[in-house]
Ligand binder design. Structure first.
Ligand code: SAM
Ligand code: SF4
Length: 354
């Protein structure tokens, strides 16, 4: 009996769009049609393109791990339709004052011992008051002294406030655009999309790394989702960190009864973000608690390489540390060392503070 082996090659490899996938080119001129075509690729081709880009700039098995602390919870005057911290909705959340600096630093020490390399601090503010800035800057300085990267999210900032944060050595500022410009006023009415962009530009000009992304699952269309990615990628510089949140429906908020996002649609969003912003860290942020291990694994394959660790986000739940370490062991994922994002600006260098 003779055994026949196949000598003919399998079908030709998918034809990739060289301009689109050249991982060395940072583009800021994405058109809607191009991004729609990218999103619509057969799933395996999309994942393949995302992997090509991902492996050019990052170690494929490394994931950046941040810990998040709410330094001022609830009672926020804004009306973001997804947020349990807005004072406009009855969510049962008790508002608290800004935490003492020492308490924040004690929490940061614990996070460092648990392996976090970046400490993110968030406040439920429309914008900080000038009198809060001394405490906030002392928190940044204290966390930096522990050798961790620092990130703050405090709402909109004036030029003077950005200047103070830059001087205290803040590494990252988070300020999400949340959705497309067209859909923004369906979600928030107390500020505009342009307000958000203004703060982002001040932060960028001060030499602070920008963390900006958004939320999927607020009733927006696929085009809104892609519009959000286009708005981020077509900024003067790509945000160094791009969090993609899956809506955590919060009881009492207008979006509390929203439908779950299709898992494959979510993975596609991650892959498209990875391809459009090759050097940025793409963060699988809120909503990981609602995802299966398989969905998380697909997100990492699609190019997500940053997560929050610890069992709590600002107010929402996050997977427990134990669950995470078991998943990472299964996937062979290890923590990304601090300051290894290729797009990151060195904040110790002199900054052009405007
Ligand atoms: N007040 C500041 C601000 O809005 O920039 C900082 C805190 S805010 C809670 C940080 C981000 O968390 C929001 O921009 C939003 O993208 C995300 N977020 C808040 N609630 C969420 C939810 N229920 N599901 C998913 N993401 C959420
Ligand atoms: Fe306030 Fe931020 Fe929540 Fe909006 S997302 S209500 S600004 S804490």
């Amino acid at each position: 009996m003779s055994i026949q082996t196949r000598t003919d090659k399998p079908a030709a490899a998918p034809t990739l769009n060289a301009a689109r996938t050249d991982p060395d080119v940072l583009r800021h001129d994405w058109s809607r049609e191009e991004v729609q075509a990218l999103y619509a690729l057969p799933f395996n081709d999309l994942m393949f393109e995302a992997q090509i880009v991902h492996r050019r700039w990052f170690k494929a098995h490394q994931v950046q791990m941040s810990t998040l602390l709410s330094i001022k919870t609830g009672g926020c005057p804004e009306d973001c339709g997804y947020c349990a911290q807005s004072a406009k909705f009855d969510t049962g959340l008790k508002a608290s004052k800004l935490m003492e600096v020492e308490k924040v630093l004690a929490e940061a020490r614990r996070a460092k011992e648990a392996g976090a390399t970046r400490y993110c601090m968030g406040a439920a503010w429309r914008e900080p008051k000038d009198r809060d800035m001394d405490m906030v800057c002392a928190m940044v300085e204290g966390v930096k002294e522990m050798g961790m990267e620092t990130c703050m999210t405090l709402g909109m900032l004036s030029g003077q406030q950005v200047h103070r944060l830059a001087q205290s050595g803040l590494d990252y500022y988070n300020h999400n655009i949340d959705t497309s410009e067209e859909y923004y006023d369906k979600i928030v009415s107390t500020r505009s999309f342009a307000d958000r962009l203004d703060t982002l530009e001040r932060v960028r000009q001060a030499g602070i790394n920008v963390c900006s992304g958004g939320i999927v699952g607020m009733g927006e269309s696929k085009d809104d989702r892609l519009g959000m990615l286009i708005a981020l990628a077509n900024l003067e510089e790509h945000p160094q960190s791009v969090p993609i949140n899956m809506l955590m429906p919060m009881e009492g908020t207008p979006l509390g009864k929203s439908e779950k996002v299709d898992p494959i649609d979510f993975v596609r969003m991650i892959a498209v973000a990875r391809i459009m912003m090759p050097q940025s860290v793409v963060r699988l942020a809120a909503g990981r608690e609602l995802m299966s291990e398989e969905q998380q694994a697909l997100c990492f394959l699609a190019g997500a390489n940053s997560i929050f660790v610890g069992d709590k986000l600002l107010t929402a739940k996050n997977p427990e540390a134990d669950k995470d370490s078991k998943l990472f062991a299964k996937l062979g994922i290890e923590p990304m060392p601090a300051h290894s994002c290729p797009a990151e600006k060195d904040v110790s260098a002199d900054r052009a503070v405007g």
